[in-house]
Write a protein that binds this ligand. Structure first.
Ligand SMILES: [Fe+2]
Length: 322
């Protein structure tokens, strides 16, 4: 989608080479956008017209999201974080992880927001025993710091929020690099191999700051941190696809639209008639039209770690022992 604020972000991104400087300036613009009711209406309708987005195969790996904007230099999305049905406030959404060479600025646009922990950069993970050392460097609640940046390679952890929440997120690589344009290169895409893998094959990963092949995530176990290879950790959740996950994702998007007060009946009636729209969205669109409440969705209570969940107290203890 396009609006004046996105144009402003595009101009800033073109003018400012230093990506961390750029992120500082974009934070308040995300806030401005998130506080504009027109933005949400336009966002929902553009996403509901986007057949590619509607027909995507959702997996449990995906945080339900709306697309805002994307070019070669950055992308903006809305990420949705439902709370746990139990309303517990000490369980992590996922394992401790980093985003490789990407910088992420979040604006807590809706709901309670989450609690988050940042860790020291460059944790060591023993490739044989998988034992790892990570030190917590910062803890805060989004409600106290609605705009914040997570640095590239910086491990972090997110606790499930106390109420259904959404963030506006701005992502860029930490440097403007020549490979950024490769990412949207149609000929390279035709290889059907992830660009990251191609770059790895050509052994360019250090030059271009693409993640080294071994990327770890971490979880606490008996007071110590253990590393697990990211691809192994994600494999089962990426494999969880199908009707239940599609319905869950559709319900989450529509529940959020309802919370934002969206109810353009004419638009929704056309959406219902549209045969390119997957059927599983339609019961929720009907509920919006009829002003019936869509049931809230909740975060998944279990993740792919041996104990099925990670407690905040456990990461604090393991950090002390690191
Ligand atoms: Fe993250």
């Amino acid at each position: 989608m396009k609006n004046d604020t996105i144009d402003q972000i595009i101009n800033l991104s073109d003018q400012i080479q230093d990506r961390r400087e750029l992120h500082k300036l974009v934070g308040p613009l995300l806030e401005k956008m998130g506080n504009d009711p027109e933005f949400w209406t336009q966002l929902f309708e553009e996403n509901l017209r986007d057949y590619k987005h509607l027909n995507r195969e959702w997996s449990e790996f995906n945080i339900p999201f709306f697309y805002v904007f994307e070019n070669n230099d950055f992308f903006i999305k809305v990420h949705i974080f439902p709370s746990l049905e139990s309303k517990k406030t000490n369980i992590l959404c996922s394992a401790i992880h980093h985003h490789n060479n990407y910088l992420l600025t979040s604006y807590a646009a809706h709901g309670s927001g989450y609690e988050t922990f940042l860790f020291d950069y460059n944790p060591t993970t023993d490739p044989t025993t998988k034992s790892a050392k990570l030190k917590i460097t910062k803890q805060f609640y989004q409600r106290d710091q609605r705009i914040h940046m997570v640095d590239s390679w910086q491990p972090h952890a997110v606790i499930n929020p106390t109420s259904f929440s959404a963030t506006l997120v701005f992502w860029t690589p930490d440097e403007k690099r020549s490979t950024d344009k490769l990412r949207s290169n149609k000929i390279l895409k035709a290889f059907k191999i992830p660009i990251r893998k191609l770059i790895y094959l050509f052994k360019l990963e250090n030059k271009y700051g693409i993640a080294a092949k071994e990327t770890y995530q971490w979880y606490p176990n008996n007071g110590k941190f253990i590393g697990v290879l990211e691809e192994e950790f994600f494999a089962p959740t990426k494999a969880k696809t199908g009707k239940v996950v599609d319905e869950y994702s559709a319900q989450t998007l529509f529940y959020f639209m309802q919370e934002k007060g969206y109810r353009n009946i004419r638009f929704l009636e056309n959406f219902l008639k549209d045969t390119n729209v997957p059927d599983y969205y339609k019961p929720f669109a009907k509920k919006l039209i009829n002003n019936e409440s869509i049931p809230e969705t909740y975060a998944k209570p279990e993740i792919n770690v041996p104990n099925k969940f990670i407690l905040k107290e456990e990461i604090i203890e393991a950090s002390k022992n690191s």
